[in-house]
Design a protein around this ligand. Structure first.
Ligand SMILES: *Cc1c(COP(=O)(O)O)cnc(C)c1O
Length: 452
């Protein structure tokens, strides 16, 4: 950093010129991160914080990882970027091949873009165009079915299929309406509902809709196993499997959004492996490059690919692209991240940390201002309430979740809530001792802001 600019000037510029995502700028307090090491981030003054949100759920193996750093440097010696519109690059080709090897069977084709939202947009548009070009064509299939409280990104297309009211509702007039079924998550059902009941009720709702509307539905889009931004809504076992069976029975395409769950978050490389499901589209982003670079991929099948083949004059081409799609620097680090998963046996190595996280979560269950504790893999959520009787929710205007996370900062951790849900979602490399520090700080933050 250029030391001729002093820190208070930088903080001032940050408040004056940088419009931060999802942030009320009138209330924003600058915190400038300058360096990272493993699961730790270090600010411009040298204060260390554990990265409890994995830098928005994307960091996997830690910051400043020697192998990932080297992969970027080595690629930089060759070329930083060349387009994938009609051209290619060795490292991008190798990444595509590797993704088809690690993904569930049948996903053979890889379309690269930059972000989670674009990975979903690509799948939505491919599904739409597929039905116009497949034989026999079914052009009436032009709607989507999605799940209540789903989050698929912030572009106009993805908020159309999303359902987190606090993010998207103002833009309703600009978007298309998806058909929605309520989230099957047990924490969203009446008290006493078992996972099995929630699963069956939800699937029978879907079965009815598909029965009546399958000829108008291009695709079902969903986050498998856990709806992340909706509030870490964990689906009951069997739901994903059931969704796959019903979509197949009605020949509706299934788009799985693994932007948040992919790359080990739930304990398996992809969440859909847990129910042995292979979708028609698999959307990947956040963890794809280990959290180093913006890159996304939409994987699909031979069947979808074939519907787009023909001569240029037939106009069956997928007319869609992003300038930096398949970027070689990002591809190099993504390829190395997958190699690290393998060489360091990351999914096995993280087991002690997962065990510690679920052990520590048990301590929150009896807190007088906690109504629910849930999670899966390297991901935990603590839902705050004013009173457990009812439960009585806090007035959202009080921003208790955000205040609890800010209070936790004083204990050396960075956390980001989802409304009144405090979320712990650190890099997969987080050690059991670091898990302890994250949980201690979250508890201290909650106590400070909600009392005991
Ligand atoms: C973050 C996220 C997205 C959007 O990804 P961006 O890279 O922010 O566009 C889409 N789906 C899910 C499940 C996500 O968590």
């Amino acid at each position: 950093m250029n030391k001729s600019v002093d820190l208070s000037t930088l903080a001032d510029w940050d408040q004056t010129h940088v419009w931060h995502a999802f942030t009320q700028m009138a209330e924003y307090e600058p915190l400038l991160i300058e360096r990272g090491e493993g699961a730790t981030l270090i600010d411009v003054e040298g204060t260390r914080y554990l990265d409890g949100s994995a830098s928005m759920w994307c960091n996997v193996h830690g910051h400043h990882h020697p192998r990932l750093d080297r992969a970027v440097r080595e690629q930089l010696e060759k070329v930083a970027h060349s387009t994938n519109l009609g051209l290619s690059n060795p490292v991008t080709v190798q990444l595509a091949k590797r993704l088809t090897e690690v993904a569930p069977a049948g996903l053979e084709k890889v379309f690269f873009s930059d972000d989670g939202a674009t990975a979903i947009e690509v799948a939505l548009k491919m599904a739409f165009q597929f039905w116009r070009q497949t034989t026999p064509a079914q052009p009436s299939r032009e709607r989507y079915l999605s799940i209540g409280e789903a989050y698929h990104g912030d572009t106009l297309g993805t908020i159309g299929v999303g359902g987190v009211a606090r993010f998207g509702s103002i833009f309703g007039p600009l978007t298309f309406e998806a058909i929605r079924i309520p989230s099957p998550a047990v924490c969203r059902q009446p008290p006493g509902t078992t996972p099995d009941e929630a699963c069956r009720a939800s699937l029978s709702g879907l079965a009815n809709i598909l029965e009546q509307h399958h000829h108008e539905i291009a695709a079902v889009v969903m986050e498998p196993i856990v709806q992340a931004a909706g509030g870490i809504l964990v689906h009951p076992p069997g739901f994903l499997r059931g969704m796959r069976e019903l979509t197949q029975a009605h020949d509706v395409l299934l788009i799985l959004d693994e932007v948040a769950m992919g790359f080990g978050r739930t304990g398996t490389l992809f969440a859909c492996e847990q129910e042995d499901v292979s979708p028609d589209f698999l959307c990947l982003a956040k963890g794809l490059t280990g959290g180093y670079m913006p890159m996304a991929a939409t994987l699909t099948t031979q069947r979808v690919w074939d519907a787009f083949l023909g001569t240029h004059a037939e106009r069956r081409t997928f007319f869609h692209g992003h300038t930096y799609g398949g970027n070689p620097l990002a591809a190099a680090v993504a390829l190395e991240s997958l190699a690290v998963f393998e060489d360091e046996r990351v999914l096995e190595a993280m087991q002690p940390s997962l065990a510690r996280l679920s052990e520590r979560m048990a301590e929150f269950v009896d807190h007088p201002h906690v109504t629910d504790v849930r999670g899966r893999g390297m991901m935990a959520a603590i839902e705050l309430v004013e009173s457990r009787e009812g439960p009585v929710r806090y007035d959202p205007a009080e921003a208790r979740g955000m205040r609890a996370c800010l209070a936790a900062r004083k204990h050396g951790v960075l956390l980001r809530p989802l409304g009144d849900v405090v979320v712990i979602m650190p890099p997969l490399c987080t050690t059991p001792a670091e898990i302890d520090q994250l949980c201690d700080a979250a508890l201290a933050g909650i106590d400070e802001v909600c009392g005991r």
